[in-house]
Design a protein around this ligand. Structure first.
Ligand SMILES: Cc1ncc(COP(=O)(O)O)c(C=O)c1O
Length: 406
């Protein structure tokens, strides 16, 4: 049957993080691999109350098909919620999605024809790469710097592509506590990215799942708000990290012409996002004490992050040549090991020592691979697991260096 598959699907091996996660069935493994928010901060009370209320009072609608673009109540709640973040939009600027990954898929399907080019950071979110690779995308991809995107490098890459008679389709960035690196794009670079988008007239796709999870430093304006509704930015949001991922609800915002097309695409694939789940999100935004909720989440994750960083300091003496980012928020940090170490090989050794991480190569497009990095999730493991897991990680790196003379 394979001969009948589309060209892309014949070779498409799936999102490679899935393959690494498949090794984690053994409960003895301490995993720093997933992207999981901690269940300890899920607001189970409001979720349960909202679900019961919605089913009891509105079951005939809840169990029906619902509008493709989303529930009006949820859209209004989102409009009010975003206003606090200096984003001023109307219902025609919003499309409810069935999570952030769906939002990315819609972007890929709307803009990309085979071999079209996207401008992005290296590394970047593997799920975005998977969504875009389904459309056979190519990349102008530049190493992310401590303060965010290499905007000058991106500009030079775009100029070069234009000189070949081709124009990239969009710029894709995760400005706040990027997955996977944990890096935040500075205000100067946010403005420079927006200028790039305007200069070349290509949309900027701003993916913001972690925006509320800032533990230190100054809150920076979103690129969407900096654009002041001029229509250059498409914003991608999800409830996965601020409420819970099981609910599978998110939203894309942008100019009406883009949102309308998103709804046509959604009509052809997912159709509608379950009303029950949308009602839960509406209750979360409208009835819950969001300030207290985020305060609790921020305190919880910040403690985990600091503890993880301290544990790394204790277990990785400088002469090991291991470096890591110090994120101001989000769920991930990024470790770079000496160049001779291939973290995919290291991953298999680590599994034997019962500790796991995500090999960095998952976060690089095919032609831009780097092999000496790894993503660490610090939010999910317990403190005891962090202590033991980091010890195991340190000893497995030493073992690799001795055995493979890396
Ligand atoms: C940057 C980024 N975008 C999108 C998503 C997908 O979010 P969701 O779980 O809502 O599909 C994630 C999830 O980890 C992410 O990190």
């Amino acid at each position: 049957m394979k001969s009948l598959f589309t060209t892309i699907m014949k070779d498409f091996e799936g999102y490679s993080i899935g393959k690494t996660l498949a090794y984690l069935g053994d409960p003895g493994i301490i995993s720093f691999a997933g992207g999981l928010p901690s269940g300890d901060v899920f607001p189970v009370d409001i979720i349960q109350k909202a679900a019961e209320k919605s089913l009891k009072e509105n079951w005939s609608q809840v169990l029906q098909y619902s509008p493709i673009s989303g529930e009006k109540d949820l859209m209004q709640a989102i409009i009010d919620y975003l206003r606090k973040d200096n984003i001023h939009i109307k219902p025609e600027n919003i499309m409810i999605t069935t999570s952030g990954q769906h939002g990315l898929d819609l972007v890929g399907r709307l803009f990309l024809e085979p071999k079209d080019i996207i401008v992005t950071d290296l590394p970047t979110f593997g799920g975005a790469l998977a969504a875009f690779e389904m459309q056979d995308a190519g990349y102008i991809a530049k190493d992310i710097e401590e303060d965010g995107s290499d905007v000058k490098g991106m500009e030079a890459g775009i100029e070069e592509l234009l000189s070949l008679g081709k124009k990239p389709k969009f710029i894709y960035v995760i400005p706040d506590f990027q997955n996977p690196s944990g890096i935040t794009i500075s205000l100067e670079k946010r403005l420079a990215l927006l200028s790039l988008s305007k200069k070349f007239n290509i949309p900027l796709v701003e993916d913001s799942p972690y925006r509320e999870l800032r533990y230190m430093g100054e809150h920076l304006p979103s690129i969407y708000s900096l654009d002041k509704n001029e229509g250059n930015v498409i914003g991608l949001y999800t409830f996965s990290k601020i409420l819970c991922p099981g609910i599978r609800v998110g939203f894309n915002i942008g100019p009406p012409e883009v949102i309308k097309k998103f709804s046509f695409i959604k009509g052809a694939n997912i159709l509608n996002t379950p009303k029950l789940n949308q009602d839960i999100c509406t209750a979360f935004l409208k009835e819950y004490d969001l300030d207290a909720h985020f305060k609790k989440a921020v305190k919880y994750y910040n403690e985990k992050l600091n503890f993880f960083l301290e544990t790394l300091e204790k277990n990785f003496p400088r002469d090991m040549g291991v470096k890591w980012t110090k994120p101001e928020g989000g769920l991930f940090l990024w470790i770079t090991v000496p160049e001779g170490i291939n973290t995919l090989d290291l991953f298999y050794m680590a599994i034997e020592e019962k500790v796991a991480f995500v090999p960095g190569e998952v976060f690089y497009p095919m032609r831009h691979q780097k092999h000496n990095t790894m993503r660490i999730n610090f939010s999910y493991p317990t403190k005891d697991e962090i202590v033991e897991g980091v010890k195991r990680l340190s000893s497995v790196i030493k073992k690799y260096q001795t055995e493979k003379k890396a």
